[in-house]
Design a protein around this ligand. Sequence first.
Ligand code: ADP
Length: 397
Amino acid sequence: MKILVINAGSSSLKYQLFDMDRSEVLAKGLCERIGLDGCFTHKAKGEELVLEETMNNHSEAIKLVMKYLTDEKWGVISDISEISAVGHRAVHGAEKFVEATLMDEEKLAIMDSLAEFAPLHNPPSVVGIRACMEVMGEDVPQVGVYDTAFHYGMPKTAAIYPIPYEYYEKYGIRRYGFHGTSHGFVAGECAKLLGKAPEELNIVTCHLGNGSSIAAVKGGKCVDTSMGFTPLAGLMMGTRCGDIDPAVATFIMNKEGLTPDQMSDIMNKKSGALGVSGVSSDFRDLAAEAEKGNERCKLALDMFCYQVSKYIGAYAAAMGGVDAIVFTAGIGENNGVIREKIIKNVEFLGTKLDAEKNAQRGFAQVVSEEGSRVQVCVIPTNEELAIAQQTLKVISK
Ligand code: ADP
């Protein structure tokens, strides 16, 4: 069975075609600069094709994808009908989409109504789904897979903010959490790696990339997570501030005469590691500069590690203990120095890294010392595969 995964942005569209019987990627690519001059990249059979090709809208982009998926030279299927379903990455399902969902016009209208929850991400997903419906016809199921869904079941004690309750009722303001597809995927892979059932494990999953979040996964279900109503909350990130005293925002706005949008811009794009270091949002740059003696780069790195370890401790308390800590995403998968600093801070939980294993990368493995009470795992995330798996589950129902 073949499943296509689509990740649509405002002017881009990424795709991967999976053969689910072998969990294998048959082809993948990227439509960029949709509505502008257009660039199309397609990888299949170990080769890559790059074309300058104008795509006026997402429907034209999907048509181009279909053309090359079925192309004599570049294609991997002989007809579109071989695609059993399409899974779409969607960011914010709010309280409306609490699991992967088969889409239709009625559901798309609900998604339209959620645009303000994720103005940069939700509208392009809707456009991508509509484009697939138009190009592929009604018989091919289109499934929305939401980043918030994995976190939906967390208890109200973790989800509700201590502000007047009417704002939750009127506007749906609560903790939703993000990166859910990744947290759910690596938690599942961690259980497999440890040879245990997900129900038996308390896992802290650390998705550390440009955007970073942590989740407490108890018995396979999320019970708390660091991101909140928006992906600005929780850990400090590349350019996002994460949790700060909320009064800091109003204080700066008053002092500098800033509008809400200007303040939001500062907290989303000019804060975090970039804000503290004044140098870069990329952790490789920070490490290089810290090595040369830049104190603010060192401070930014130390603050990040400190915050991650604080969350690990907090989530151990939230779950009544922890069996495994998982690192994933750009920093989590590749930066052994950061992992070492974080784990050093939480050694009291009963874990120690195996230095040799911690220096390796590129595959899923346990990197803690044998006999550690808490296992530390590095697990490459694969959100596309997770979306394909969830899509398959929806259409198999
Ligand atoms: P995004 O959240 O945009 O998907 P990533 O998961 O790619 O971001 O994470 C980006 C971060 O990961 C950067 O800070 C970068 O330094 C780090 N990173 C990515 N690849 C590597 C690598 N090969 N070695 C060390 N650090 C890496």
